[in-house]
Design a binder for this molecule. Structure first.
Ligand SMILES: Cc1cc2nc3c(=O)[nH]c(=O)nc-3n(C[C@H](O)[C@H](O)[C@H](O)COP(=O)(O)OP(=O)(O)OC[C@H]3O[C@@H](n4cnc5c(N)ncnc54)[C@H](O)[C@@H]3O)c2cc1C
Length: 522
């Protein structure tokens, strides 16, 4: 990149992202030095601070990591990596113990044991939570407080990373911007190890539960540097975003259905019992598509919490309650209008059991990584867990393979900046054509829209990162000529007997446009 205003040599690891994965990795690295770069304030940054339900772990009496692993594999629709699932389920209780030791105020039962909630597709109550639906906010706050008082961790917010710095095929740092307009500056941060904890890509969709920062930029940066990307076609749509015309859409946590809330249509009829044996607790993709079809047939869809939760709503689910009340809905007395929204990316930067990407020097943790845990569909509350388990594993690997150096250069004081918004036309195309129901014609249209945006991008790196992420999701969706987990093709509705995970580079994805034209032909 041109016009570098400042070069900063860090003495240890450079972590991009201050959500749960980034902060936990930094804490597990200590006393190995870590510089954490983030767009927004640690403790409130990324999707992490918005998580509601909690974290899955087999910590309850009578539960066992093998049950957790079996539920994860069943939800993953044939594409989980069983070795990764086992190690995550096995290490989960230790990572919860870490959070308890750091001071996370998890809810407790009358005996003082961790209180456990139940969520869709879990065979038993297994979700640790905080004040009902405030898990993400409280865990993020706890980790940020710990990180800010750990001497080996330096946190710099207000930097927008736009490109990986590569030398001889190895990731050696990041180019990041700060400031806006005439004040904008470009800084090169160099490091012994670069760790991406950049979150997901929901904001590339017009209807999403994710914050605007979740725009797939980490995925795009890694892909543009040549990294292997895994399972990009698998995007999870949350069935019950609250339909009150907000961007992003507030979430009505799955735990509400775990407590017995039901889904009804405008006629007041439940439709989930006819769609799946587990009714409202069916896997997310099944529930989301059932809602999508009700809406497509002209029905409104509502989450009815009146009987199951009733007067306990404000105390047990304060975040959802506040969102409803802000739109004039009283969930104690009224069903909540809901619709599916882009929520979680199962795919990401391909990584191994130590969080290593295919690019030497680049490790990944959290939602931006594709470890093989989720397969084609994530089991509820397994994502915060994945960030913790792989944050710890990345830290172990970096500490044992990289030696700390000497810091050089004075980092500039961060300046305020505004993230460039993902283009409206991209978000609309992704929602319409790369959403809950896909087909060759629509996917081809989305690829064409991405190509047009690229031609007029003027080489703006942030936009190129977002377009790279969108192209990977769309191209892989086109190549997967079956329906499985979070990926539904209306022109290929069957699930093939044998299937494998997707691994592709950005160059592979760029070659897919010809296939789009062939598949779209009658
Ligand atoms: C509303 C909601 C509810 C959820 N509920 C649950 C739940 O109950 N349980 C569960 O397990 N999961 C839940 N999830 C999913 C879970 O919250 C996320 O998968 C997880 O928090 C991702 O953590 P992360 O650390 O990988 O990324 P994030 O928390 O998203 O953090 C990403 C970080 O990267 C930074 N960043 C990204 N790009 C750049 C850039 N270019 N330059 C600088 N900084 C950058 C961001 O600023 C941010 O600091 C929920 C998600 C949402 C949106």
């Amino acid at each position: 990149m041109n016009h570098v205003d400042n070069v900063i040599e860090t003495d240890g690891a450079l972590i991009l992202g201050a959500g749960i994965a980034g902060l936990f990795t930094a804490l597990k690295l200590a006393p190995f030095p870590a510089l954490v770069l983030a767009g927004s304030r640690p403790g409130t940054s990324g999707s992490s601070a918005w998580a509601q339900g909690g974290i899955a772990a087999a910590v309850g009496e009578g539960d066992d990591w093998r049950n957790h692993a079996a539920d994860t594999i069943a939800a993953g629709a044939g594409l989980c990596d069983p070795a990764i699932v086992d190690l995550v389920a096995r290490e989960a209780p230790d990572r919860i113990a870490d959070l308890v030791a750091m001071g996370t105020p998890f809810d407790r039962d009358a005996n003082g044991a961790l209180a456990l909630g139940r969520e869709a597709a879990h065979s038993r109550p297994r979700i640790v939570h905080v004040t009902g639906d405030r898990a993400g906010a409280e865990i993020s706050r706890t980790l940020a407080a710990q990180a800010l008082t750990t001497p080996s961790i330096e946190i710099m917010e207000g930097f927008h990373a736009v490109e990986l710095a590569m030398e001889d095929g190895r990731a050696v740092g990041l180019f990041a911007r700060h400031g806006t307009g005439a004040d904008a500056r470009l800084v090169l941060f160099k490091a012994r190890a670069v760790i991406f904890a950049t979150g997901g890509l929901g904001a590339l969709y017009a209807v999403t539960t994710n914050p605007l920062e979740a725009r797939g930029e980490g995925l795009g940066m890694a892909a543009r540097a040549g990294a292997l990307i895994a399972d990009p076609e698998f995007v999870q749509f949350h069935p019950t975003a609250i339909e009150i015309g907000r961007d992003p859409a507030p979430l009505a946590t799955e735990a509400l259905r775990g407590e017995g809330a039901t889904l009804i249509n405008t006629k007041g009829e439940r439709f989930m019992p006819a769609a799946h044996g587990d009714a409202e607790l069916a896997p997310r993709d099944v529930v989301a598509r059932a809602i999508h079809r009700q809406i497509a047939s002209g029905q409104g869809v509502f989450l009815d919490c009146r009987q199951a939760i009733g007067a306990n709503f404000a105390a047990h689910f304060p975040t959802v309650y506040a969102a409803c009340r802000s739109a004039g809905i009283d969930p104690v007395l009224q069903p909540i209008p809901v619709a599916p929204a882009a929520h979680y990316h199962m795919g990401g930067i391909a990584s191994d059991a130590s969080g290593r990407s295919s690019l030497p020097g680049l490790w990944v943790a959290g939602e931006c990584a594709a470890t093989g845990l989720h397969g084609a569909n994530r089991l509820a509350s397994n994502s915060l867990l994945e960030g913790l388990v792989f944050g710890a594993r990345v830290a172990e690997d970096v500490k044992s393979t990289v030696s700390a150096g000497t810091a050089q250069g004075q980092p500039p004081a961060p300046l305020a900046f505004a993230l460039p918004a993902p283009p409206h036309v991209l978000r609309t195309a992704m929602n319409r054509h790369v959403g809950l129901e896909r087909n060759a014609e629509g996917l081809g249209e989305a690829l064409a829209a991405i190509a047009r945006l690229e031609q007029t991008s003027g080489g703006e790196p942030a936009l190129l990162n977002m377009l790279a992420a969108a192209r990977l999701v769309t191209a892989a969706a086109l190549l997967r000529v079956e329906s499985r987990g979070g990926h539904w093709r209306s022109d290929f509705p069957l699930t093939q007997k044998i299937s494998t995970r997707t691994f592709m580079t950005l160059a592979d994805a760029a070659q897919v446009e010809g296939i789009a034209q062939r598949q779209a032909r009658p």
